[in-house]
Design a protein around this ligand. Structure first.
Ligand code: SAM
Length: 347
């Protein structure tokens, strides 16, 4: 084998190991096995009993997880490895990535449908990706909403921050709100505001309403099922987090948002942090975004009868051009650091 072939084959083997292990992480999450191990180490019989699963399967999973380094084993009892609780169980915590397996399963489940879409040119509706992708996205983004949105991102734009703090009853519109985590985080941080989230996906809206009720902010946070291009009301702030690239008429959405801004109001967008121009090979994060684009975002947007089907890779020059086409005079890229997203302010 040539060195190039050897390198590529080693890379794919490592990816296969990672993918297979991700699916076993999803078994642990779905069946509550990590949660069962959180408080005390267990052997296969004890885990089977606590989690209500078959003992032979429990033993195989425990051994595999220890072989993979996710668990440790001592005297026949298995425990979470150092850091595993933060990453696998602490949903909402800054290190949580416990739904990485769920995400991978969601992408894999729909791959045959995507292959068919490649042949026909049809789309695959967002709703058809189901709970794995919906929850995968929500859990991936939630730590950023809970820990960065109101602690770092909005304070970086003092006019927005002061308006949300100082204007009684300031109104926020959260377009493409998904399961509502950004809307809820905003309401929790700014006690005088009202937030309205809009999303096309019925299951997301249902879960968003439940999230607002659980957080005790349902009196100030409402959710509407609908297209972001078709909004009513007047707002001090319009937010769009990792959703503009998914929308079938992004310029129409930005134009509609502009028409709904109160005097002095602002649109604040977080979308993918990718290179300004096509670059190959790309960074790891951009490679991840491109894979999502092929497997999920592009097929989902094509199901919207789109005016534009952009895919995940929304480059800054494209977004700024869309904003100018939608009538914004001062679209700008904000200097807010983040590994995954770039931020924009449109006025
Ligand atoms: C990647 S998810 C992001 C969800 C959420 N903002 C978050 O960060 O967790 C993109 C969301 O955009 C929604 N979406 C796509 N097209 C839309 C449209 N035309 N109008 C409203 N929502 C749309 C999808 O249903 C999905 O919930």
């Amino acid at each position: 084998m040539t060195t190039d072939a050897q390198n590529l084959s080693e890379r794919l083997l490592a990816a296969l190991i990672g993918a297979a292990e991700l699916f076993t992480v999803e078994l642990g999450r779905e069946l509550g096995l990590y949660a069962a191990l959180r408080d005390r180490p267990a052997d296969a019989g004890e885990l089977a009993k606590t989690a209500g699963i078959d003992e032979r399967y429990a033993r195989e999973w425990l051994e595999q997880q220890a072989a993979a380094g996710f668990l440790t084993v001592e005297d026949g009892r298995f425990a979470l490895a150092a850091g595993a609780s933060d990453v696998l169980l602490d949903e909402g915590g800054p290190h949580f990535l416990g739904t990485a397996g769920e995400f991978a399963v969601g992408l894999g489940l729909l791959t045959p449908r995507v292959a068919e879409a490649f042949r026909t040119g049809a789309g695959v509706p967002y709703a058809d990706y189901g709970k794995h992708i919906r929850h995968g996205i929500a859990a991936f983004n939630r730590p950023m909403f809970d820990h960065l949105l109101t602690a770092e991102w909005l304070p970086a734009v003092p006019e927005i921050e002061s308006r949300l703090r100082a204007v009684p009853g300031a109104r926020v519109l959260d377009l493409g709100c998904g399961t509502g985590r950004s809307s809820v985080a905003l309401a929790l941080a700014y006690p005088a505001i009202t937030v309205r989230g809009i999303d096309l996906d019925p299951a997301s809206i249902k879960e968003a309403r439940a999230a607002a009720a659980t957080a005790g902010v349902a009196d100030r946070v409402s959710f509407t099922l609908g297209d972001a291009a078709d909004v009513d009301g007047e707002y001090d702030l319009v937010t769009i987090f990792e959703a503009l690239h998914d929308m079938g008429d992004p310029v129409g959405v930005l134009r509609a948002a502009r028409g709904r801004l109160a005097p002095g109001g602002t649109v604040f967008i977080g979308d993918e942090r990718v290179e300004d121009t096509f670059t190959a090979p790309a960074s790891e994060i951009e490679r991840l975004q491109y894979a999502f684009s092929v497997l999920h975002c592009l097929p989902a947007t094509r199901a919207e009868q789109p005016v534009i089907a952009n895919g995940t890779i929304l480059r800054a020059p494209t977004l700024l051009e869309w904003a100018r086409s939608a009538g914004y005079e001062k679209p700008e890229v904000l200097d807010i650091p983040n590994d995954f997203w770039r931020f924009y302010r449109l006025r």
